[in-house]
Design a protein around this ligand. Structure first.
Ligand SMILES: Cc1cc2nc3c(=O)[nH]c(=O)nc-3n(C[C@H](O)[C@H](O)[C@H](O)COP(=O)(O)OP(=O)(O)OC[C@H]3O[C@@H](n4cnc5c(N)ncnc54)[C@H](O)[C@@H]3O)c2cc1C
Length: 426
């Protein structure tokens, strides 16, 4: 069996005295951890990513980066790159749609929202391209790991090029498990932990209006702050999300209550056929104001994501294995938490390591867990609540947010700023 360079004995120069961190997963959480751990000054880092390349589509879907996550990116020297490739989301606005009259009523808004809208693939590219060469290893799948007998180190068996016959071992001081919502690492430590279907799916699409400016004009007539506002429209037993991405792209999601769909493997994505899309287009006319329905109908290749989360864990650190990102707290998207929690996990882990130094790894990991477990658990549960609220699942008879009779307190509860630790710095 081959051995990797991280496996070199610890003697000699300064870099060899550093802690050896093996990060499993090279998506947003894994790459953020690579930046944060390098920044800590006490770690050498290797990222193992099983995919051949993780570029995503250059026209990929969007995400919102909050002010605290922007500060973390700034810490890693990436602020300017992010700002170049993102648009402001200064405001969150929640509106009710009167489906009879096809008009909207503004329910609640937050003018201090302070997020940035970016494409997933751009954020991923920024994180990846700004790491030193030789850190990220694509086409490397971690297939198992084993603690050393003295409990102080850990060995990861890695398959290259999808070939489980040709494996090598990498030895490190600790593992950062950033292997996503279907994390095998989490499964190992929390066997029987199941994902929870939220009760609805999201239709999603991104529309490039470069050649159809009239669609943008009609959206702007109803959503005047598009380009710097995140809109939530609430209709009967459903809600939609709309915001603009750089490059003249309108990003929308539409949540539909339905039984759990049949899915292939671990994927949560369904690519519907033309009949299903045609039925969705008819329903769009019934549910939304004409401008949004027109945008949805004009979007090529919309797809469906089934929405899941998992219950919060009681711990994030298992001896020398640390869970981060979706592996630690898979969440529903309503609080825009998935990416933000991942970035803040990374920042918190890096700061704890810097504080405790290479000789106090257990204390550093303990501090990370103490700082992140409470915040992420509450945010996960708040996101779950927000989804149920906006989908009308909390009310009897089930099916609608009662905006006609809702008082001030109830509409205030639609805003993300009511989430504990919102925009909270590590
Ligand atoms: C290709 C892609 C496109 C995405 N697009 C969007 C988007 O447009 N909008 C949005 O909001 N979110 C998107 N996401 C999800 C988003 O990145 C995450 O939900 C969130 O940012 C937290 O990410 P994560 O790194 O914890 O988990 P994930 O993004 O799920 O990444 C987990 C990573 O671990 C890797 N991995 C898993 N097991 C192993 C193993 N054994 N060995 C090595 N590697 C392993 C996976 O290949 C994956 O790259 C996308 C994710 C991916 C992978």
């Amino acid at each position: 069996m081959e051995r990797d360079s991280m496996d070199s004995p610890r003697r000699g120069g300064r870099s060899e005295q550093k802690l050896r961190a093996i990060i499993v997963g090279g998506s947003i959480a894994g790459l953020s951890c690579a930046h944060a751990l390098l920044k800590s000054g006490v770690c050498r880092v290797m990222v193992l990513e099983k995919a051949r390349a993780l570029t995503g589509s250059s026209h990929g879907a969007g995400l919102g980066v909050d002010a605290a996550a922007c500060e973390a990116l700034e810490d890693w020297g990436l602020r300017d790159k992010l700002f170049l490739k993102s648009k402001p989301l200064d405001r969150e606005e929640n509106r009710a749609i009167d489906t009879e009259r096809k008009v909207f009523i503004t329910l609640a808004s937050d003018a201090e929202y302070r997020h940035r809208a970016a494409q997933w693939s751009e954020l991923h590219r920024i994180l990846r391209d700004s790491l030193p060469p030789g850190i990220v290893h694509f086409d490397h799948e971690a297939i198992s790991f084993e603690e050393n007998a003295d409990g102080r180190g850990i060995k990861v068996t890695v398959a290259e090029g999808g070939n489980t016959q040709s494996v090598k071992e990498v030895e490190g001081d600790f593992i950062v498990a950033a292997d996503g919502s279907m994390s095998r690492t989490r499964q190992y430590y929390v066997p029987g932990d199941k994902r929870r279907y939220a009760g609805y799916c999201a239709w999603r699409g991104v529309f490039d209006y470069t050649n159809e400016p009239e669609i943008h004009e009609s959206i702007r007539s109803i959503y005047p702050d598009i380009g710097h506002c995140l809109y939530f429209d609430i209709s009967r037993g459903t809600h939609a999300v709309l915001y603009e991405l750089p490059g003249k792209r309108l990003n929308w999601l539409w949540y539909v209550n339905q039984p759990e769909p049949v899915l292939k493997g671990n994927s949560v994505t369904v690519h519907p056929d033309e009949d299903v899309i045609a039925r969705m287009h008819e329903a769009a006319d019934r549910s939304w104001v004409p401008a949004l329905a027109q945008l949805i109908k004009a979007t090529p290749q919309p797809f469906i994501n089934a929405i899941f989360d998992r219950n919060p864990l009681k711990q994030l650190v298992f001896k020398r294995v640390v869970l981060v990102g979706e592996a630690a707290h898979p969440t529903t998207p309503h609080g825009l938490r998935s990416t933000n929690m991942s970035i803040l996990d990374a920042q918190s882990l890096g700061k704890s390591l810097a504080k405790w130094g290479r000789d106090n790894l257990d204390s550093a990991l303990g501090e990370y867990e103490m700082r992140r477990l409470n915040a992420t658990s509450q945010q996960l549960l708040f996101s779950r609540h927000l989804g149920s609220l906006k989908q009308g699942l909390l009310f009897e008879p089930k099916g609608s947010f009662p905006w006609h009779t809702a008082d001030e307190g109830m509409v205030e509860g639609l805003l993300q700023r009511n989430m504990n630790f919102f925009q909270w710095r590590c």
